[in-house]
Design a protein around this ligand. Sequence first.
Ligand code: SAH
Ligand code: SF4
Length: 371
Amino acid sequence: MIEVHPDRRVPVAAKALFDHTLDSLGSLLADWNEPTYRARQVMEWVYRHGAEAYTDMTNVPRRLREKLSVAAPIFEGQILRKSDSDDGTVKLLLGWADGGNSECVMIPDEERRTACVSTQVGCPVGCSFCASGLDGLQRQLSAGQMVEQVMRIRRLCEPEDRLSNVVFMGTGEPLANYDATLAAVRTINAPWGMQIGARKITISTVGLPAQMRKLADEQLQVTLALSLHAPNDELRRQIIPWASRVTIEELVEAARYYFDRTGREITIEYVLLGDVNDRPQHAEELAAVCHRMRSNVNLIVYNPVPGLDFQRPAPRVAERFLDSLRAHGVNTHLRRSRGLDVDAACGQLRRQVPQVQRARTAVATKPMTSP
Ligand code: SAH
Ligand code: SF4
């Protein structure tokens, strides 16, 4: 079922609450000659009690609540669409006050509730099998806009089903929006914030070695997922444009560095594209790459994207690929496709919104990093 909400526009704020840390909110309050413990109260209301508005914060003086609602508004995005899949997956399309739309997804599993969030509007990489990069990059998202997506998804979970995991696997390349992504991770992880353990947070990257090393040095325990999708540079360059700037060898070195610094295994993501990268020799080559680092492999069957000329491999081909990796001693599993009936392949919901609405997006305001 799809509910369409009107795109009510709200004024762009000085700084959204979700862009604040406990310290920065404390500084704002200190500038106003307010006690800084109020910052902790506000954060508790928002992140612990799920307050949607300052009016809920009954132990904060009214005139301060009014001031904060202008200077640091909560929930700036509007829900433009909500799509419920038969398998329980729920997808939201959020429209931002400063332009552009983002999709985020709640993926329920037996014991887990996972939020999948976007890091950019569009994507600068343009992988040939992915809906997200078809229109290029429109703009970066702020840290607060990433946190807001996770908070929106948290609100979809039943009270007894705590949101347990966050994956940065929606539209965009997180490491090409490094500072905002890291700030969002810190808020999601913070004791004053969402309190989701770093090990339950996954950053997925197409592979930017310098940023992978930087992330390794952050003293965080986040899971790093590397979208490899091909076991050799020649094939990788045919499906991932940015692979022309970086070799698998460089990615292996960066992944090894990540493991050495964090002790965290790398998750290798591999989308199986029928007759492209799913042959027995590809599985053998991939196993050899995997043996060069501490890793596990997530095989994902291609989710069809309208207008793109790829096929899903037959189930027996995917099984054969899986068996071959296992026979070579690689820890791997085949990921179920979730939310197919709500176009959960990343970037698809956003593209269903008329061009005119998407064209409101501003030009990227922050510099973008590439390998
Ligand atoms: N840009 C980052 C994170 C977002 S993409 C990255 O590429 O890792 C998240 C994952 O979705 C990637 O592994 C990507 O390859 C996968 N993906 C993209 N399009 C897909 C499709 N049509 N079917 C299945 N998986 C897809
Ligand atoms: Fe961008 Fe990731 Fe999609 Fe490639 S797979 S276009 S890097 S979002």
